[in-house]
Design a protein around this ligand. Structure first.
Ligand code: UTP
Length: 295
């Protein structure tokens, strides 16, 4: 396997119910943290890992995503006419020239596994990346998917990103079984989706970054829906373990679960504080801000 990941799949067809009504007409991946939508952070991470083909699995609100990564002729003409060269450069650089964007529709939100399966016809590499943009991982020096790609190339295996969570929280995540082994990269023995904490095989929770063997597609096609009618990626990955190896990657970086309101606000504060333009003013404002009950 060569290092670097050429194709990355972005499932963006979820219903985003935890963010309603904000997500009524736009996908949650278009919600902006400071000045960029979540999906743009994800695309930048993929391009930094070497991706040249970006496959978006879209749902009912697909136009917003397509428009964001398309040329905005009127806007760009207007910015040029007003001499706003910096902004024009930022808008033009959203997708580099050598990168292509492809779109496929998931007609019904039948789960993450089903969304990945929808990308099958557009993926022709042996290994491809998957990024869930609502899991924002901040590490400008070493973007997370690049870390996974390096592990995949070294181990010639599929890779799943994990982080430690409290045992109580395992019920909200896919959880990996490493047979008790710790350390940044460990062979995966099993995976379970949202286990009861008493049954969880570890406290290593799956975070939304994967490098997957294309063999996953035939396994996804055979994976039955769960009790909620959704096809789970975790189930197909567990089946993949019977044929090929898979390892964990405990990535370095700050992870925010931006698919819920609290995580989204935490990401906004952290990235706001680091923002070149507004960071210092925001920090000063936060420092002098009195809690409501004291004012
Ligand atoms: P979530 O589990 O966060 O579900 O999906 P959701 O529907 O987006 O959000 P809530 O729970 O209703 O608030 C995890 C990822 O999988 C994608 C989502 O877009 C998100 O990136 N997804 C999920 C799909 O693309 N299709 C699906 O059918 C389900």
């Amino acid at each position: 396997m060569t290092s670097g990941i050429r194709t990355v799949v972005f499932p963006v067809a979820g219903l985003g119910t935890r963010f309603l009504p904000a997500t009524k007409a736009v996908p949650k991946e278009m919600l902006a943290v400071v000045d960029k939508p979540l999906i743009q952070y994800a695309v930048e991470e993929a391009v930094a890992a070497g991706a040249e083909k970006l496959v978006f699995v879209t749902g009912r609100t697909k136009n917003a995503i397509e428009n964001h990564f398309d040329m905005a002729f009127e806007l760009e003409t207007e910015l040029a006419a007003r001499g706003k060269d910096d902004l024009l450069a930022q808008v033009e650089a959203i997708v580099p020239e050598h990168v292509s964007c492809l779109y496929v529709r998931q007609r019904k939100a039948l789960g993450l596994g089903h969304a990945v399966l929808c990308a099958r016809a557009l993926v022709d590499d042996d290994y491809f990346g998957v990024i869930l943009a609502d899991d924002l991982i901040h590490n400008p020096a070493s973007p997370a998917l690049g870390q996974l790609a390096a592990v995949a190339a070294e181990r010639e295996a599929s890779v799943v990103s994990v982080q430690e969570v409290s045992r109580e929280k395992t019920r909200h995540y896919g959880v990996v079984d490493t047979g008790g082994a710790e350390g940044p990269v460990q062979p995966v023995r099993g995976l379970v989706e949202k286990p009861d904490p008493a049954d969880a095989p570890s406290n290593l929770a799956v975070v939304g970054r994967y490098v997957l063997s294309s063999r996953i597609f035939e396994l996804l096609a055979e994976t039955p829906p769960d009790h909620r009618g959704e096809i789970q990626l975790t189930d197909a990955m567990a089946a993949l373990l019977e044929h090929q190896s898979m390892v964990t990657c405990r990535f370095e970086g700050k992870h925010f679960d931006a698919g819920n309101k609290l995580g989204f606000l935490q990401a906004t504060v952290e990235l706001g504080l680091e923002h070149a333009e507004i960071g210092p003013d925001f920090a000063a404002w936060l420092a002098q801000r009195k809690p409501a009950r004291e004012s």
